[in-house]
Design a protein around this ligand. Structure first.
Ligand code: AQP
Length: 349
């Protein structure tokens, strides 16, 4: 016996959706649809772990949904919805807050990075973010999670939570008719081996490309037009050497490595193939080729996103339908979790 394969992943509606989110996550979401049942979520409850302007947040939720659809996610065959419309995510997160240990959460590097020096002033939600993320995945008993490399540690925590829940409640899991050896929750597999699991800043090849970087030149936004994309690639930081002919020659050259990785991911080629073509070239030759490629891949997505954003009613209907279908799965799982934990079921579940 094993768990039914199911993919779950999410993106926060925190504005400035960028090439890293696309290559590290959304592009993979699209590919996974061919082989798996998939649930893709706009994780708005995660977004408010840091302050969000309520007027902007609504727009950003629709924008991430538009990006999913424009990139090629099919909301009929699969499920697209926003987290806050399915209350079972928060409900299971509470149970997981009581399963996870403080020591585990204290080790999370993303909290340390995001809270910075002013840890005392960070929200409790930012600290507990990984338990909500575990609940997002496990409330569907999902088995596979495509994410960028930055989320790997959180995924490992989700696996630890699933395992501890299965151990802590083993007797109750069995008495409620589930397989005691398998446990109630699967151990979700992180899928981080995409073409560009870690896209770096265009201004600093040692830093992750990120929505919250104050410099807009550090990232290519999915909403950037052709001119903006070309300008950002032109201004991307590089060194003065020509490109090497072998991948080994990219060591110690993080900016060059980043641009070659981006090219390879956009062209669905290996870095070796890209260097086979451009090895020995100056950046004055490589950058225009990269800009053209980025425009050719991102422009259709950008155009479709704009069209979709002009019809918020359609986006809201997609989310409502997705929430209905996601909610049906989540309610069943949450009902069983209540039985296992020892809660009495409510009238609804
Ligand atoms: N630079 C990146 N390279 C590859 N993948 C990335 N992801 C994010 N940045 C990169 C992946 O995108 C998915 C959605 O991310 P998210 O919006 O949920 O949160 P995040 O990882 O916090 O995104 P940012 O851009 O880094 O936001 P800020 O600046 O707020 O921290 C995830 O699968 C993530 O791995």
């Amino acid at each position: 016996m094993s768990f039914v394969p199911l993919v779950f992943s999410g993106v926060q509606p925190t504005g400035n959706l960028h090439l890293g989110n696309y290559l590290g996550a959304i592009k993979r979401f699209v590919e996974m649809q061919a082989t798996h049942d998939c649930i893709y979520c706009v994780v708005d409850q995660h977004a408010i772990t840091v302050w969000q302007d309520p007027f902007e947040l609504k727009k950003q939720i629709r924008e991430v949904t538009a990006a999913f659809l424009a990139a090629g996610i099919d909301p009929v065959k699969h499920i697209v919805f926003n987290q806050s419309q399915v209350p079972e995510h928060a409900e299971l997160a509470w149970v997981f807050n009581c399963v996870a240990r403080m020591g585990w959460l204290n080790r999370m590097t993303q909290f340390k990075e995001k809270a910075g020096k002013d840890k005392e002033n960070a929200s409790v939600g930012l600290f507990a973010y990984p338990t909500l993320m575990a609940a997002d995945i496990l409330v569907y008993r999902a088995t596979h999670v495509p994410v960028g490399e930055d989320q790997k540690q959180h995924l490992e925590l989700a696996r630890d939570i699933a395992q501890k829940f299965n151990n802590d409640f083993k007797a109750s899991i069995v008495s409620n008719g589930h397989d005691g050896e398998l446990g109630y929750f699967p151990q979700p597999e992180p899928l981080t081996q995409g073409p560009a699991p870690r896209v770096m800043s265009l201004r600093d090849g040692t830093k992750k490309m990120s929505k919250s970087d104050p410099s807009d030149y550090s990232r290519i936004n999915l909403t950037d037009d052709q001119d903006a994309i070309a300008q950002k690639v032109r201004k991307a930081r590089t060194d003065s050497e020509p490109l090497p002919s072998e991948v080994d020659g990219l060591k110690e050259r993080p900016d060059a490595d980043n641009l070659v990785t981006i090219y390879a991911a956009l062209a669905s080629k290996s870095r070796a193939d890209v260097l086979g073509e451009f090895g020995g070239s100056q950046f004055s030759v490589f950058k225009p080729a990269l800009a053209d490629l980025a425009v050719s891949v991102l422009s259709p997505i950008n155009t479709r996103m704009r069209e979709l954003m002009e019809d918020p009613g359609h986006i809201d209907a997609v989310l409502a339908d997705g929430s209905e279908r996601a909610g049906a799965i989540a309610a069943k799982v949450m009902g069983e979790v209540k039985d296992i934990v020892g809660f009495l079921r409510s009238r609804k579940s």
